[in-house]
Design a protein around this ligand. Structure first.
Ligand code: ADP
Length: 507
């Protein structure tokens, strides 16, 4: 069982602070706690002048945490508070470097990320909450954050495949790995080395599978724990956004650090985001964390484009049978309750894991696989939500006939399509009809007299149709209506041919 942040915090209550009276947790000296792959990272804020004297305190704190069940190791770092402000914790201006010896590349990263004097004076994150970011990145249409309430839910895997899905949909995309705690995009995209500097002094992004990529991981070694202070993070992030030759891009996907602490809040607030995508696993706990993520973006007025449920269900690679090992559907229900779009569910699958871990993301290397299609569909929805949030997408008008047997879809550009309820039912985009691979697609007979009973909007990108036979799992996106509209005659003819072939009837 992995240790929880609360268990770590409880253990740290046994460590007395510099005053030798209260403990370091109650004195509010412990930063946010990060638990990743059995290792625990945290920092303890102390006055700069007492760094050496308080080394035993650091050791004691690391020891109580590494002695906990489920912990493979603990990294405690002393960070110095700025004496004149008496501030504490992440998000406050950091004047002195941590007193621990550090790797030269870490030092280089810190220097690259060191805040200009003006930025260092920025007030703590929460004081600015609610201010909308105004200064965009020239040439870049949208910055989209991919975030999660906690680590290990597949945020980075989703981010890279989402970026590749947007690219597969014909967009120009970059990815910025801002996961300062565990930058993994270089590994996911199979990139190594350091980006070059152009003659203009700007950094040239590396390119992986056609994605322009910048990562904290190009500057620090993977697995090197660093405790970042708020202003330093924002300045490093701004540098990666503004001092990199991104060129003309439709979107940059930002792989955010997991969690909802001050560092994440500062990022969400100070980077001019068009919107955020929250990744969650179906387990309740992750959903509670996801809700915190949602609240964080709402607090700083960043539109939440929706929730992606990762490791949503298990598809047996041999028989194609689907098992809902974690109680699938939690994220979708939660999204409905919270009134944010549900963007889709990604199955738990060895191929996704293997391709990620080998630096060969599935959308780039197996573009025709069922999983890639899932990611591309999620990407389409994200894009529609993003355009809608920016006021650049107008949903079509839907007109249902009085008896519910015909739906007319009219787009803003005047294109209009009439669909019979029967055609929509038998061509429903739901997995029930489409299967998870072309070989699993089913021919649905006997729907001649079916009608549409109800239509529920799903985010800004789709509508959920409920049919009189009880079928209601098809999400009809605007794109799907367009595609269907353009091909309805051919598709209807091949449906009739399939019925005849299989000896089935419309009645
Ligand atoms: P996070 O960024 O949330 O920490 P990662 O994207 O690094 O998570 O994923 C954690 C691990 O889970 C990785 O080994 C990754 O390959 C694996 N993983 C992520 N999504 C899936 C999935 N849908 N199916 C199988 N493995 C997955």
């Amino acid at each position: 069982m992995a240790v929880t942040e609360d268990q770590v915090r409880d253990a740290l209550r046994r460590v007395k602070g510099p005053d030798l009276k209260s403990n370091i947790v109650d004195l509010d000296l412990v930063s946010e706690i990060l638990v990743k792959d059995g290792r625990v990272y945290f920092s303890i804020t102390i006055p700069a002048s007492r760094a050496e004297e308080l080394e035993p305190l650091r050791q004691a704190a690391a020891k109580v945490v590494s002695d906990l069940d489920g912990v493979d190791g603990a990294t405690a770092v002393l960070t110095a508070e700025r004496q004149e402000t008496g501030g504490s914790g992440i998000g406050q201006p950091a004047a002195a470097a941590p007193p621990r010896a550090e790797h030269p590349r870490v030092t280089a990263a810190r220097q690259q990320g060191a805040a200009p004097a003006a930025a260092r004076q920025a007030p703590p994150a929460a004081a600015n909450a609610g201010q909308a970011p105004s200064n965009g990145i020239p040439g870049v249409k949208h910055l989209i954050a991919v975030a999660s309430g906690k680590g290990g839910v597949g945020k980075s895997t989703t981010a890279v495949n989402l970026a590749l899905g947007l690219k597969a949909n014909g967009l120009n995309v970059g990815i910025l790995d801002a996961d300062i705690y565990g930058p993994s995009q270089p590994r996911l995209l199979g990139l190594a080395g350091r980006p070059k500097q152009g003659d203009d002094g700007k950094i040239q992004p590396m390119v992986g599978y056609g994605l322009k990529t910048m990562s904290m991981g190009f500057m620090v070694e993977e697995g090197t724990p660093i405790i970042w202070r708020g202003p330093m993070v924002v300045s490093a992030l701004n540098q990666m956004l503004r001092e990199v030759t991104w060129g003309e891009l439709d979107a940059i996907i930002i792989d955010m650090p997991p969690g909802t602490g001050d560092v994440q809040l500062t990022m969400a607030q100070q980077v001019p985001l068009s919107g955020a995508v929250i990744v969650s696993t179906p387990q309740d706990l992750a959903l509670i964390d996801a809700r915190k993520g949602l609240a964080m973006f709402q607090r700083v007025d960043v539109p939440v484009l929706g929730i992606v449920e990762n490791m949503s269900f298990f598809l047996c690679p041999k028989c194609g049978e689907r098992s809902d090992i974690f109680g699938h559907g939690g994220a979708e229900k939660e999204a409905e309750t919270l009134d944010v779009p549900f963007l889709g569910g990604v199955p738990l699958d060895m191929e996704i894991r293997a391709t990620s871990d080998e630096g060969q993301p599935i959308v780039a290397t197996q573009p025709d696989s069922a999983h890639s299609k899932v990611y591309c569909e999620i990407a389409r929805r994200v894009w529609a939500e993003c355009e809608a949030a920016a006021g650049q997408l107008v949903p079509p008008t839907l007109a249902l006939s009085a008896s519910g047997d015909e739906l007319t879809v009219t787009f803003e550009d005047g294109t209009s399509h009439k669909f019979s309820a029967e055609a929509l039912r038998v061509m429903s985009p739901s997995a029930e009809v489409q299967g998870h691979s072309p070989s699993q697609r089913v021919t649905v007979p006997g729907k001649r007299s079916v009608t549409i009973r109800d239509m529920k909007p799903v985010g800004s990108y789709a509508v959920r149709l409920s049919f009189s036979d009880g079928h209601n799992t098809g999400l009809f996106s605007w794109d799907y209506f367009r595609e269907l509209g353009a091909e309805i005659d051919e598709r209807w003819a091949s449906y009739l041919a399939e019925l005849a072939d299989k000896g089935l009837s419309r009645d």
